[in-house]
Every structure is written in C-alpha cells, then in structure tokens.
Design a protein around this ligand. Structure first.
Ligand code: UD1
Length: 364
C-alpha cells in the first residue's frame, strides 16, 4: 500500500498526524506527505509540523495566498505532476479547505482513489466556501471517513453508497488526547485566573468593517467583566488594524498560537468564543463552554451532546450567555461516540483492509 497525504492549511495538520502515525506502524505501508503551501507562515505551518512530530513534506507546492479560484487552480496544477510522478495507490485529503477539494479533483481526473478524512459534515450553508469543498470532495471520494453519525446520514441522503462510508470517529481528538499532557508547559505568557478565549476569522464576521466593529465592541464590553485573550488570524489582524480599534486594558490581542499553546489556552479558559469549526469540537472534548458566532454549524454533535451554543451574530445573546456562564449556569456536555483517541487506527484498519477486506484499496 502506497499512500499520499495532502495537507495545506493549519486545521489539516492535526488531522493528518494521527493517521500517518497509525499507518507508519503497519507493515507494507509506504507514505508520502504533500504540503500545498496554502498556509505558509512559520506560525501557521512549520511550528505545527514540529509540535505534531510530522515528517518534513516530500513535496511542497508553495501556492501561498490568492483568490479562491486562483488558489484552487494553482494547487491542482502543482499536484498533478506530483501524482504523475509518485503514483500512489490512495490519496488521503483532510477537512474542508481549498487544498482538500483541489487535491481530490486532481485524483478523480487521474483515476487515483481518494479517501476523505472528516467526511459528511454539513452546515447546509452554501455561502461558506468550506461547505462546497465538503460536498464536492465527498462526491469524489472513494472512502469517506466520518467523525460522527450525522455525517453518515448526510452522505446517504446525498445518494452516496453505504459501502463508501466508514464511521471512524474524530481524528483531531486523537491529536488532542496525545498532546494534552504537554500543552500547559508550552505557554510562555502568564494567564489571568479566568478569561474568555476568542478566535474569529470567517469572512462573515471579519470582512465587513461594520460587523467586525460591532463584534469587537461586544467583546470589549465583555472584557470589563472577564479578561479576553484573542490570538488573531492573519486575515483578521489586517482588518482590525484598519479599524484603529482601541481595546480595554483587559482585552489582549495575541499573535497566532502554536498547537500546544492554543490547546493550553482552551483547557484553561472559562469560556471560548469562536467561529472556527475544529474549536467547537475541541471545547466539547475538554468540557469548556463554547459560544459560536455563526449562523450554523457543520458539527451538530457539539450542540446536541457537547458544550457548544450556536448564537448566529446575536451579540445581545452573546453577552447574556457569557453572564450566565459567569454565574455558574453552564450547558452540560458529554463526549460524542468514538472521540476516543483511536480514530487514526480505525482509518489505518480500513485502508489496510483489517477485518474488512472489501475496503482494502484497489477501488477503481
Ligand atoms: C483557511 C480555510 C478555512 C480554515 C482556515 C484556518 C479555505 C477556503 N479556508 O482559511 O476553512 O478555517 O484556513 O486557518 O480553505 N495568510 C497569512 N499567512 C498564512 C496563510 C494565510 O498571512 O500562512 C493570510 C493571507 O492574507 C491570506 C489570508 O490569510 O490571504 C487567508 O488565507 P487562506 O488560506 O486563503 O484562507 P483562511 O482564511 O486561512
């Protein structure tokens, strides 16, 4: 079995690491790693490779930032010759970023089987580029590894045959479970005893200055009662700079954090306010209250079972929920099935055909 993994953006790295590790332990598996270079800053990429103990990529396509169409096209053009040269038996793609769809499309055009890790998630909001990436990648994929049962249902509803779908659990939690014991010692700054941890980078929250100004004003108000720590994504940083916003002294803007540092920040937070996908899941696993500033979530188990509340952009409700948590009224949560640190092993089992001969690759 010769397997190529394609990663490109920050949220891919912690998903690929446990799958690569599990496959490395199997006999007769050879692997290569392709980095598209969608994320390229040292603190958005390299530091993650180091902390996740991932090997150096065998290929780096160095596509960098561009419009969605241009970035997707450049990844496809860069990946095609890699696939021609390497000729793997299977390509694994991760999550829902532009690199995920671009690589899957190249595979489909070249007749190379594709496995999609974190398949089946749907926000049902087609204005999100990630939703289109998810839907199309799942249509192309030969093996669809779902993190939760809602993913299976979504795929079946879209007419995907059941034999392509494998419910394996959440690979991101594999990484969390492995690295949580190391997280606390990675922090270099002293933390307040109680704080809200904030991340925002979705175009719907940060691209319009009037929206961003309103969100920042609400967070500023919250910081009077509860210190706010906001590690800022590059695209958000640029937009905040243009607003010339003057924060309260308890409102701290930090640079992007490493995987371990951000995990430690989540673990210690009183609550998290976010528009990220993965953070909704990590907070559910950690039992930390999560307030999601989005209209919808593609990860509904974090709401039905976990600690997540999806608030839209209702900033009045945000203030109310923060007050409720500070007064001890927290939404109780539990950990979804198969978020147990062993999803990578289950994926390796499927790929190597352990106990499930039909899914051993040779799919086309
Ligand atoms: C991408 C994903 C998003 C994911 C996010 C995590 C898509 C469609 N979006 O969004 O799903 O939640 O990654 O971070 O794939 N930039 C840098 N340095 C970098 C990378 C980006 O400064 O290393 C800046 C550039 O100004 C760039 C902007 O961030 O234009 C956006 O980067 P891009 O990769 O296009 O999308 P993200 O917003 O990061």
């Amino acid at each position: 079995m010769y397997c190529a993994h394609v990663v490109g953006a920050r949220p891919n790295f912690m998903k690929a690491a446990p799958v690569m590790r599990a496959l490395a332990r199997r006999p007769d598996v050879r692997q290569i790693l392709v980095h598209t270079g969608q994320h390229y800053d040292q603190n958005m990429s390299e530091v993650f490779f180091r902390e996740l103990e991932m090997p150096e990529p065998d290929y780096n396509l160095a596509v960098g930032s561009a419009s969605h169409a241009s970035q997707t096209a450049q990844i496809m053009m860069g990946f095609e010759p890699v696939l021609q040269e390497a000729r793997p038996d299977l390509v694994l793609v991760y999550g829902d970023v532009n690199s995920t769809l671009a690589a899957a499309l190249v595979c489909s055009k070249m007749g190379v089987p594709v496995g999609h890790v974190e398949a089946g998630l749907r926000s049902f909001d087609r204005r999100m580029p990630e939703e289109i990436n998810r839907q199309l990648t799942d249509q192309i994929g030969d093996l669809l590894f779902t993190p939760s049962r809602d993913g299976d249902q979504n795929l079946l509803r879209e007419g995907i045959p059941a034999e392509r779908i494998r419910f394996v659990g959440n690979v991101m939690i594999d990484t969390l479970v492995k690295l949580l014991p190391k997280a606390a010692s990675s922090l270099t700054e002293d933390l307040p005893a109680h704080y809200a941890l904030v991340t925002l980078h979705r175009p719907s929250n940060v691209d319009e200055s009037s929206t961003l100004r309103e969100v920042l004003a609400a967070l500023d108000e919250i910081s009077h009662e509860l210190p706010v720590i906001f590690p800022v994504h590059p695209r958000t940083r640029e937009r905040i700079r243009r607003l010339a916003f003057r924060p309260h002294e308890n409102f701290h803007f930090w640079g992007p954090q490493s995987y371990l540092q951000f995990l430690a920040l989540q673990e210690g937070a009183t609550l998290v306010i976010t528009d990220s996908g993965g953070i909704q899941e990590e907070t559910t696993f950690l039992g930390v209250p999560c307030l999601t500033l989005r209209e919808s979530t593609e990860r509904p188990v974090t709401v039905t079972l976990g600690t997540n509340l999806v608030l839209g952009r209702d900033l009045g409700r945000l203030r109310q929920e923060v007050s409720a948590i500070l007064r001890g009224r927290r939404k109780p949560g539990s950990i979804p099935p198969l978020w147990d640190g062993k999803a990578g092993e289950r994926i390796a089992d499927v790929i190597c055909g352990v106990g499930d001969r039909q899914t051993a690759v040779g799919l086309k």
